[in-house]
Design a protein around this ligand. Structure first.
Ligand SMILES: Nc1ncnc2c1ncn2[C@@H]1O[C@H](COP(=O)(O)OP(=O)(O)OP(=O)(O)O)[C@@H](O)[C@H]1O
Ligand SMILES: [Mg+2]
Length: 309
């Protein structure tokens, strides 16, 4: 299947600045949720702004639904909804008129029923006649999503949709995003919350200093890079490790009450059973066993620090 968004060898230099994007190529599949992760200043907003036709391209090409974002700007833009990073709303407009106006700007006929269904999906229907200035920050963010959805876009960009949003609302937002995916909308979101990517993304792209470091299925990524740690709690503290345990690369915790053993989840032999028999033959009595899997956060930090070291 051809990608719905195709970014090829994209370069962006702002006047007087370094390259904000440096030879970025990225193909986004129709119907997927792609999470774009990267530290502040990595180039996430710049990439989104270029795909949305809001920022000029220095070099390279970008198409959306087969339309070039420069040459066929209007067609490309009509397929896109954008929830910007900054909250920009008219304080004295009502929710309903704000969202209706957005729809009108795309040249779509008024359709109050459609707008009310979007508001209801975002739990905003009871606020439809409220003025924007009367809303909380989280509600304003949802109005921005309603605006971005007002013209039935095929692709929705969410630039840090849950920044400064409380835990409950964040989960609510994840639900909305998953529902949109079910309706066939392709979603690209940037986030600093790794758990957000872990929770909702199909694929993860990591960007740093304008370069894409990695694009991968989230599940594969976590499997491929995932190491697990086995923690063995002991009945009695141990001060010196016997040689045949040291050979496994086992370490003791600071209080000597646990042994820590790292292994590769994908390895044919994890070494766990031989380690446990070695413990038994040393007469070490176990109290409990626990395993920990490295998270996407560990993987992300490894990548970004590897890059900058
Ligand atoms: N309008 C602009 N003029 C000049 N430089 C800019 C402009 N917008 C962004 N930059 C620079 O481009 C680089 C990438 O910025 P960008 O906003 O794309 O990062 P980001 O990944 O979205 O960061 P954040 O997580 O903080 O939102 C930064 O070095 C930034 O200073
Ligand atoms: Mg940004």
């Amino acid at each position: 299947m051809s990608p719905i968004i195709n970014v090829q060898h994209l370069v962006k230099s702002y006047a007087g600045g370094d390259r904000a994007l440096d030879d970025v190529s990225l193909a986004i599949k129709s119907g997927e949720i792609l999470a774009l992760l990267g530290p502040n200043g990595a180039g996430k907003t710049t990439l989104i702004s270029i795909i949305c036709g809001l920022t000029t391209i220095t070099d390279g090409a970008v198409s959306v639904g087969g339309y070039d974002v420069v040459k066929d700007y209007r067609q490309a833009r009509s397929l896109i909804g954008l929830v910007p990073q900054e909250l920009m709303l008219e304080p004295f407009e009502t929710v309903l008129s704000t969202v209706s106006l957005s729809r009108g700007l795309y040249g779509c006929k008024p359709d109050q029923a459609h707008i009310e269904s979007i508001l209801s999906q975002l739990s905003l229907l009871d606020k439809k006649d409220a003025l924007i200035k009367e809303l909380s920050g989280g509600m304003k963010r949802r109005v921005l999503i309603a605006k971005a959805l007002s013209h039935h876009p095929k692709v929705l960009f969410l630039d840090e949709p849950t920044a400064g949003v409380d835990v409950e609302l964040r989960r609510d937002m994840w639900r909305v995003i998953k529902e949109l995916k079910q309706q066939g909308v392709t979603i690209v979101l940037t986030t600093h919350y790794i758990e957000e990517a872990e929770e909702i993304a199909d694929r993860v792209a990591v960007i740093n200093s304008g370069k894409i470091l990695l694009v991968e299925e989230k599940d594969k990524l976590m499997k491929r890079l995932g190491t697990k740690e086995l923690q063995i709690d002991l009945h009695e503290p141990i001060s010196v490790l016997p040689d045949n345990l040291l050979a496994f690369g086992v370490q003791t915790s600071a209080d000597g009450m646990s042994l820590l053993y790292q292994y590769d989840v994908n390895a044919e032999k994890t070494g766990i059973s031989s380690l446990l028999s070695a413990l038994v033959s040393e007469g070490i009595v176990l109290k409990d066993l626990r395993t920990y899997q490295s998270s996407l956060e560990d993987i992300f930090l490894d990548l970004v620090t590897m890059e900058s070291s």
